[in-house]
Design a protein around this ligand. Structure first.
Ligand code: HEM
Length: 357
């Protein structure tokens, strides 16, 4: 009996199977392929910049929980099949915050004013979003985000970033300079109630026929706009914005209109530093009504990460690289704060009569 020997190509094919499996494990484990930055590295960079504040969010650390409803007008149902766009009223849990990692920073700073929301649709699917009061962001990539945290760390002696480090960073990142010029000149809302809050990142809406539409959205306030005097920010009471929000809510609910902007062909969807040109189609989606605020330690937002990748069917990620990076960062921030013991929040201290600033 003759035993036929396996041919060379057959032997090569057999050897390739374990080699491919090993390569697959190495890729999944992050040992080969493009270097991937984990959420822990991002949280470390945020802590390096702002210090470590146990029990609080590593960014937008100073905040307050809010609750209310979203009344969908049905206007956005042609763009997205998400249940929350079907005409009706849906529950909302949210959070107002100011930018930065210090939960007791003064409100008199020219920083992001922010609104985060969780909308729950008729089918129980949730949509989380975290939005700032500017239509653009200082960086387009995670590498730049981390480099900016390092370059902009306040020097303990001066309270300001090291000018040499910032100069070197800005030489590599002109897009951050564009943002800095924008935020220096733009009016700063004098209340959380009269800010417009932008998704900044692009997303995709998927309609009932399965077609995809690149979009950004904003929540535009019903309250009349007023601007803080930037020359006098240092004179503001430390918790000015939060006290103002409580006072306004005590008088009645606050409202914003949700407006969806649809991209034109060629508009970039992977660059949060670039606004879309004016003149894009805008669609009204409904009205947000916020009626009550509660300190974080007892409020419904405490254990929510407003991770912008948690989306209902009918809303999908774009190719913006910040979105998966944000998801990793928010998760890592949550894992850290959930295992730590925070003191009362700034708003909790105000309500407990312990605030003397
Ligand atoms: C790579 C880019 C970004 C990183 C690494 C990052 C990181 C973080 C982290 C770690 C938190 C705390 C999350 C938690 O513990 O729940 C946070 C909160 C927040 N971020 Fe970002 N962020 C990024 C981009 C953005 C952008 C583009 C926006 C605006 C569209 C934004 C808006 C917010 C807001 C509003 C919050 C507060 C959410 C809340 O109230 O809980 N972030 N961010």
């Amino acid at each position: 009996m003759t035993v036929s020997r396996p041919s060379a190509p057959m032997l090569a094919a057999i050897a390739a199977v374990p080699a491919l499996l090993l390569a697959g494990f190495a890729w999944a484990g992050g040992w080969i392929g493009p270097a991937r930055i984990g959420g822990g590295t991002i949280a470390n960079a945020l802590e390096y910049n702002a210090g470590k504040h146990d029990g609080y969010r590593r960014a937008h650390a100073k905040g307050v929980c809010v609750t209310g409803t979203f009344d969908a007008s049905g206007g956005a149902a042609t763009l997205s099949r998400a249940g929350v766009f079907v005409r009706g009223r849906y529950p909302v849990i949210g959070r107002f915050s100011t930018g930065g990692g210090n939960p007791f920073a003064t409100d008199g700073r020219n920083v992001f004013h922010a609104m985060a929301l969780q909308l729950t649709g008729p089918d129980g699917q949730v949509w989380r979003m975290a939005m700032d009061h500017t239509p653009i962001f200082p960086v387009a990539t995670l590498d730049a985000f981390i480099a900016l945290q390092r370059a902009s760390r306040p020097d303990p002696a001066t309270g300001k970033p090291d000018p040499a480090l910032m100069k070197a960073y800005l030489a590599q990142h002109p897009e951050t300079k564009v943002y800095q010029d924008y935020i220096a000149a733009a009016p700063l809302p004098d209340s959380f109630a009269n800010g417009t809050y932008y998704s900044i990142n692009a997303f995709r809406f998927i309609d009932r026929a399965g077609a995809s539409h690149a979009v950004r959205w904003a929540f535009e306030p019903e309250a009349a706009f007023g601007a803080l005097d930037k020359a006098k920010l240092a004179d503001l009471p430390a918790d000015y914005l939060f006290t103002d929000l409580g006072a306004r809510l005590a008088k009645g609910p606050l409202r914003w209109r949700m407006t969806v902007t649809v991209a034109a062909p060629g508009d970039v969807t992977n660059d949060a530093t670039a606004a879309w040109p004016a003149g894009r189609q805008k669609v009204g989606a409904g009205t947000l009504t916020l009626s009550a605020a509660e300190p974080e330690e007892t409020g419904a937002c405490r254990d929510i990460t407003f991770d912008p990748t948690i989306l209902p069917d009918g809303v999908a990620l774009s190719d913006d690289p910040l979105l998966p990076a944000r998801s990793a960062a928010y998760s890592s921030s949550f894992q850290r704060r959930a295992l730590e013991t925070p003191g009362p929040s700034a708003v909790g201290r105000v309500l407990a009569g312990k605030e003397t600033r």
